[in-house]
Design a protein around this ligand. Structure first.
Ligand SMILES: [Zn+2]
Length: 183
C-alpha cells in the first residue's frame, strides 16, 4: 500500500513539475523541424509594419520570447546543437525566413546551443549588450531584427568567432542531394 502511495505521489510531483515549467516542457517536447521547404519569407516592408501583436500571432510563445524579448532557451533543449547531424543545408530565421547560416560554418561547441563560426554575409547584425552585468555582443537577424543569440571570440578557425544561437530562432532547410553534389 505504501508503495502505491509513494508511486502516486511521485507521479503527482512529476505532473506538477511539467505544469510549472512550461517553457522547459515546450522546448524539450518540440524539437525543431527538418525540412526541405524554406519558411515563408517576409519582405523588409512587411517586417517594418509588423506590430508586437502581429509577431505574437506569427510566432510560437518560445520563439516570441527569444526573438522579440531577447530571451534564452535552455541549453541542450532546442536541438540543432550537435554538429553536422542534419546534413548540408541552410538555417533560416523563423521570424522572417531570411537565410542566416549555412551548415558548412556550423561546429560542435559543446555549449548546448547551435554554433557557427560565420553568418551568411550581411544577414546577421550585431549590437553591444550590457545586460546581466556582462559586456557581450548580441546578434540579430538583419532583416526582422529578431534576437538570435550572442557572438564570442572563442570560436574555431578561420574566424575564431562563435555565434551561439538559440535553436528556436532557426529553421533548418536541407539541401537536396543533387544540389549539394554541385558544391
Ligand atoms: Zn528574421
Amino acid at each position: 500500500m505504501r508503495f502505491f502511495l509513494l508511486t502516486g505521489l511521485m507521479f503527482a510531483l512529476m505532473a506538477l513539475a511539467l505544469v510549472t515549467w512550461p517553457s522547459v516542457r515546450a522546448f524539450a517536447a518540440d524539437p525543431p523541424p527538418i525540412t526541405t521547404i524554406a519558411p515563408p519569407e517576409l519582405s523588409m516592408d512587411d517586417v517594418l509594419h509588423f506590430s508586437e501583436a502581429d509577431w505574437k500571432k506569427r510566432l510560437t510563445p518560445e520563439q516570441f520570447q527569444v526573438l522579440r524579448r531577447q530571451g534564452t532557451e535552455p541549453a541542450f533543449c532546442g536541438g540543432y546543437s550537435a554538429t553536422k547531424t542534419h546534413g548540408p543545408g541552410t538555417y533560416h530565421c523563423v521570424g522572417c525566413g531570411a537565410e542566416l547560416f549555412t551548415s558548412t560554418t556550423k561546429f560542435d561547441s559543446g555549449s548546448g546551443w547551435p554554433s557557427f563560426f560565420q553568418p551568411i554575409s550581411g544577414k546577421v547584425g550585431e549590437e553591444v549588450d550590457n545586460a546581466h552585468g556582462m559586456e557581450r555582443t548580441e546578434v540579430h537577424c538583419a532583416r526582422c531584427h529578431g534576437h538570435l543569440g550572442h557572438v564570442f571570440n572563442d570560436g574555431p578557425a578561420p574566424t575564431r568567432l562563435r555565434y551561439c544561437i538559440n535553436a528556436v530562432t532557426l529553421s533548418f532547410v536541407s539541401t537536396p542531394a543533387t544540389e549539394s553534389k554541385k558544391d
